[in-house]
Design a protein around this ligand. Structure first.
Ligand code: ADP
Length: 413
């Protein structure tokens, strides 16, 4: 029998082996395809579930946004609206110019400043400010005109973009605070009326005490002392009543005109010099001149005097009071910084409330009634500005007043 050749061996062994390998590969490929298909189906199902969950979340978010009585707008970096809720659409409806007048765009929306009459200057609308990258809160504007006018408190926060974490737009929130303002106005009117009614009897008391004390030599020393105490306290009461009247009237009596704030600071420094020297407090100022803003020199001067005199008064161990001012993004910022008693964060948040006094001020028996800062705040807000305070107990305080910068008067260049 002849020996099997190489080709016999290959056809007898290798061929079946190859056939077997091919069959196994085909089978494997088949089960692989089924596995892939199952995976695709699973992924598809997971995606559908995700989509359903995200739609549900979107519906929930939209329902919440349309349920709350706060207006919300999200805009991109160019100011294009990305989202707006139902309440905000209602607010916009109030601010829409009256029927028959040109459409918004041709005529400005009915959005006014603190005095309820002056349209907001260009770039000062809540959305514009947010698009310019400003973060702010408690920015009060008035929407609409006549009896439909509403006071709206606005706040804005910026959003980052996905590309380079730069400015990607902003969310602006609008809250109707008309009722709160009405209540505050009613309270102010009551305070003003009561204070006014106190005026005449107090004048009479003081006049009669003065008359009685003029004939002091006929009085017993004890009686004279009592009358003097009564006169001193009636005097304090009259100062308090005057402050109350002033605080109620501060906003209404603001008459804006181009004013050089550098000059106002200079006046404040001159008036405070004697108080500062007596208290061993140094006074320094860094204010570029001239520094124009639309301001009521009398009222703003009074606000500045309050801040400077407080800075000195609440530095009982002596120290340094610095006044700085600068122009920044269409605003003028005035800072009054001291190295005095300072206060806690909780106290700082309450100092603009009438009659609030810090425990350090009371313990150090520093005279005061807690009205100056509430008057100062009203004056600053009457200018369309805002006032903030940053303070650390034992380290000192910095009060910052921000006012819309104004153009110089026409005759000044
Ligand atoms: P008054 O000085 O008459 O008490 P204000 O309204 O001016 O009233 O101030 C309210 C309170 O805020 C003060 O009683 C004091 O406790 C605190 N305060 C104001 N200014 C300062 C300051 N510069 N440093 C520390 N505390 C201050």
């Amino acid at each position: 029998m002849p020996y099997p050749t190489g080709s016999d061996i290959s056809s007898a062994v290798l061929l079946p082996l190859m056939m077997f390998a091919v069959a196994v590969s085909i089978r494997l490929a088949g089960s692989n395809a089924r596995l892939q298909q199952r995976r695709v189906q699973q992924r598809d199902q997971a995606l559908r579930q995700l989509l359903a969950a995200s739609r549900q979340r979107e519906t929930l978010l939209k329902t919440i946004l349309d349920t709350i009585d706060v207006g919300i707008v999200a805009v991109d970096s160019q100011g294009e609206t990305l989202l707006i809720n139902g309440q905000q659409k209602e607010f916009l409806h109030i601010a829409m110019p009256a029927e028959g007048s040109p459409a918004p765009g041709q005529q400005e929306w009915l959005v006014f400043g603190q005095d309820r009459r002056t349209p907001l200057p260009p770039g000062k609308g809540p959305v514009r400010r947010a698009v310019q990258g400003e973060t702010y809160s408690d920015y009060l504007v008035w929407f609409g005109a006549g009896d439909k006018q509403r006071a709206i408190s606005t706040a804005a926060r910026g959003m980052k973009n996905d590309v380079d974490d730069g400015f990607g737009g902003a969310v602006i929130v609008f809250r109707d605070v008309t009722d709160v303002l009405d209540a505050l106005t009613a309270k102010d009117e009551l305070v003003a009326n009561v204070s006014h009614e106190f005026g005449s009897p107090l004048t009479s008391i003081l006049g009669n005490l003065d008359l009685a004390l003029r004939g002091a030599e006929e009085l017993q020393p004890g009686t004279r002392r009592c009358l003097e105490i009564a006169e001193r306290n009636a005097g304090r009461l009259r100062a308090l009543v005057q402050d109350l009247l002033l605080s109620a009237a501060a906003v209404e009596n603001v008459h804006l005109r181009p004013t050089d704030l550098a000059g106002l600071v200079e006046n404040s420094l001159v008036s405070a010099q004697a108080q500062a020297s007596a208290a061993h407090v140094g006074l320094v100022a860094d204010v570029p001149a001239p520094l124009w803003a639309d301001a009521d020199p009398l009222r703003l001067g009074q606000a500045l005097d309050n801040l400077v005199s407080n800075a000195i008064k609440y530095s009982p161990g002596g120290g340094l009071v610095s006044i700085r001012a600068a122009r920044k993004n269409g605003w003028v910022q005035l800072e009054v910084q001291d190295t005095g008693l300072g206060m806690t964060a909780d106290e700082t948040s309450r100092i603009f409330t009438r009659f609030f006094r810090t425990s350090a001020a009371r313990e150090a028996a520093i005279p005061g009634v807690g009205l100056g800062l509430s008057i100062t705040k009203s004056i600053v807000e009457g200018h369309g500005g805002n006032i903030t305070c940053h303070s650390l107990p034992g380290r000192g305080s910095t009060f910052t007043v921000a006012l819309p910068a104004g153009p110089p008067p026409e005759h000044a260049s």
